[in-house]
Design a protein around this ligand. Structure first.
Ligand SMILES: Nc1ncnc2c1ncn2[C@@H]1O[C@H](COP(=O)(O)OP(=O)(O)O)[C@@H](O)[C@H]1O
Ligand SMILES: N[C@@H](CC(=O)OP(=O)(O)O)C(=O)O
Length: 442
């Protein structure tokens, strides 16, 4: 059996609902459907999830949130009416409206998925199974055994079901919201719980492209990639698949197919343990994120001065910030964090480091982007790193840092935000499009 997850763009309006129905009905193996909240469409520039977050912000600021609520309500009622359904969505909307004043963030923001799944279940003629009945989290950790037992007791027969993504419930019955993009995680968990043969992730692109299609028009599609490569690409920012959604299916070696709701006839991307296609590609994909800061500390022979390093870490710990990378050299050590994660603390951290530890210097670099090149072949082709450095150098792109992880599957380059798109473009055009030439040269 297959679990099919449909993203926000696939359920944005009644026309998209019809495409979903054609896909689901096209194969009786698609027994479980997971939906996100209605997303952006031509006529709706804002995702329902973001509108719900807006309601919360207005509520907390003591401002009128009803116009936003009414807009959401109209969206769902019009999908219902366009599809000629009878489901009494007004009843659910009334309950949600009455709870807004005291609703938790997790409850309120999860309502888009709840309402979308209600409509989808009715449209498909499938059973609606609320995620709160079986997706159990203990201290943020998903409880597989409890959840599996609960699901089995709820869906004992072979009926086809629709489950809202993005949330579950904690031990005390409170809604537990997943990170943004979390419906991918719900689908992956459900595939694990049901021992699916395939996890289909239906979105608005025909598979994963080598580079963000918003930056590289006509970017080449990746036919197959490994779970590990997908996890690294997702971690580095390709929004098409949530990074935490890899593990649940990977644990059971359930393949993932990334497919396009608007073009179901097109092949997508298949994610597996071992790539079957005889790939001679130098790199699998390129991904990146903007807005990092680098705090670099320097001290002669720092790698031998554990006393100083330990002092530095105790200072950093005081500020309760998390870092993404900690690259080190003989005389230096760097802390790399997303700007938003350190924003108002960065000057205080630097002052504390300067005043309290015996360093030669402390430097701050802002507006940095990280661009990652991912391939499970990198370890076998060490010259690729040098080639990319050459390419960036020839393009007058200043490289602020290079990180090659011990896993040998990802190379990360730090460049200025202003060079972000250019870096991706130069790597894509010179490495992926000239592979034959490059392979001869390295
Ligand atoms: N390398 C990539 N390959 C494909 N899509 C990508 C890539 N990087 C970023 N994207 C973006 O991811 C989007 C799909 O993700 P998302 O908007 O979360 O979809 P959904 O609403 O279906 O969950 C695509 O429209 C595309 O713009
Ligand atoms: N609706 C949620 C969860 C989700 O997975 O959405 P999407 O499938 O549209 O990325 C969000 O916007 O984060």
């Amino acid at each position: 059996m297959k679990v099919a997850k449909f993203g926000g763009s696939s359920v944005a309006d009644s026309d998209q609902f019809k495409k979903v129905k054609a896909i689901v009905m096209g194969n009786a193996d698609r027994k479980a459907v997971v939906v996100s909240a209605a997303g952006r469409s031509e006529n709706e520039p804002v995702k329902v999830t973001d509108l719900l977050i807006k309601i919360e912000q207005l509520r907390d600021a003591g401002q009128d949130y009803l116009p936003v609520f009414n807009h959401i309500a109209e969206r769902f009622v019009s999908i219902r009416d366009d599809l000629g359904l009878n489901v009494a969505i007004e009843d659910d909307l009334r309950v949600i409206k009455s709870q807004i004043a005291q609703a938790s963030h997790d409850y309120l923001v999860s309502r888009g998925e709840f309402l979308t799944a209600k409509l989808m279940a009715d449209f498909l003629g499938f059973r609606f199974v609320d995620a709160k009945r079986f997706m159990i989290f203990n201290d943020d950790q998903f409880d597989y055994s409890k959840s599996r037992n609960l699901l089995k007791s709820i869906v004992a027969d072979s009926s086809r079901i629709v489950v809202p993504g993005f949330y579950g419930v904690d031990e005390s019955g409170r809604t537990h919201l997943m990170p943004r993009g979390g419906s991918d995680i719900s689908g992956s968990i459900l595939a694990n719980l049901l021992d699916a043969d395939l996890y289909e992730n239906w979105t608005d692109v025909s598979g994963i492209k080598m580079a963000d299609p918003r930056i590289i028009d006509q970017s080449r599609k990746i036919n197959e990639l490994t779970y590990e490569e997908l996890q690294e690409l997702s971690y580095m920012g390709i929004s098409v698949f949530q990074e935490e959604a890899v593990q649940p299916v990977r644990a059971k070696r359930i393949p993932i197919a990334i497919l396009n709701t608007n073009h179901p006839e097109e092949d997508g991307t298949l994610v597996v343990d071992q790539v079957r296609e005889n790939t001679a590609n130098l790199i699998t994909g390129i991904a990146g994120k903007k807005d990092y800061v680098i705090i670099s500390i320097n001290k002669y022979q720092l790698s031998k001065r554990l006393d100083i390093l330990s002092k530095v870490f105790s200072i950093i710990q005081r500020f309760d910030v998390s870092f993404d990378y900690l690259p080190s050299g003989t005389d230096s050590f760097s802390f790399i964090a997303k700007r938003a994660a350190v924003s108002n603390k960065v000057q205080a951290i630097i002052s504390a480091l300067e005043e309290e530890s015996d360093l030669d210097s402390v430097q701050l670099e802002k507006d940095i982007s990280l661009v990652a090149v991912v391939s499970d072949q990198l370890g076998k082709r060490p010259a690729v790193a040098g080639k990319i450095l050459d390419i960036l150098d020839n393009s007058q792109i200043k490289i602020h840092l290079v990180i090659q992880e011990s896993s040998d599957i990802k190379l990360v380059f730090g460049v200025a935000n202003k060079d972000y798109e250019k870096t991706i473009e130069k790597i894509y055009r010179n490495v992926s499009l000239n592979e034959k030439k490059l392979r001869m040269a390295i």
